[in-house]
Design a protein around this ligand. Sequence first.
Ligand code: KG4
Ligand code: ZN
Length: 331
Amino acid sequence: MIILGIETSCDETGIALYDTERGLLSHALYSQIEMHSEYGGVVPELASRDHIQRILPLIKEALSVAHCELADIDALAFTQGPGLAGALLVGASVGAALSFVLKIPALGIHHLEGHLLSPLLSTPAPEFPFIALLVSGGHTQLMQVGGVGQYQLLGETVDDAAGEAFDKTAKLLGLGYPGGAALSKLAGQGRPGRFKLPCPMLKSGDLNFSFSGLKTAVLTLTNKQKMDQQVRADIALAFQEAVVTVLTEKSLAALSRSNLNQLVVAGGVGANQQLRQHLAEKTALMGATVFYPQLEFCTDNGAMIALAGALRLQAMDKRESISTGTFTVRA
Ligand code: KG4
Ligand code: ZN
């Protein structure tokens, strides 16, 4: 069964073809980051308009790389939400139209389900059950994953997402948008121990997070310091250390509480090298393993949506036969 995946929730148009027998056949991506960077953030109207322009050429590209025709597609999956309404509508409309014309089922996929299943595209892949740490620009959540569709929320941010905190702090330090990767690079030049920032909710006793106070602490610090490139790097390092400490400790707590030994890290912040290093060291000490999607699938992409669609269809297939030409929307 070949599934076409469509992702248009924010500022990336992602298309992929996934074969349930052969795995990922192709994926094509266009990032609008450059267009939005001059505004310092994503402009929703511009995002939707750009998705409209990119989506069909990207579908053609993905089909061509996979040596497939439209007629070879057995089902399709599109990101149903959460995301920018206009941007989501582009993917949903194209998905609905293709479903209607090709008489194939279309599934609406939760964007976070795509992220949390994305490490299953790699080898070795984690096996159910596992703990998932979802750290993107819009979300920070710890989930217990029992299987496809079996997700239990263990904790989440009560204010800003980790990626959002990286982006806002990067802005304070004069870095571009989105600033997570740039801040991390700058932190590489920071002097350890020069500044210490609070680790919010580290001792809260639950698995929730809070990052907005950290951004304010950075603002207070920058106002007090005579800023130069070295001080900026020192602050970047202190900020990154605080976020990484909280994410690591809460992930370890989630593993111990659930008695599981596999941790999956997904979402854009999962690309952070210091987070990866800390998690690798700490999980090894407790005999657990940590899994990541390939770097290119850490941020938004069509492959994770195609995979989630394939797994959902397979799970449904076991319960009922799928009628073609239906338009099935699932949260
Ligand atoms: O998953 P994603 O593409 O977007 C959402 O679905 O929200 O993640 C984007 C986020 C941005 O906030 C970006 O700054 C952050 O991931 N990010 C990073 C790194 N690379 C991307 N944050 C920290 N360190 C990085 N290396
Ligand atoms: Zn995302």
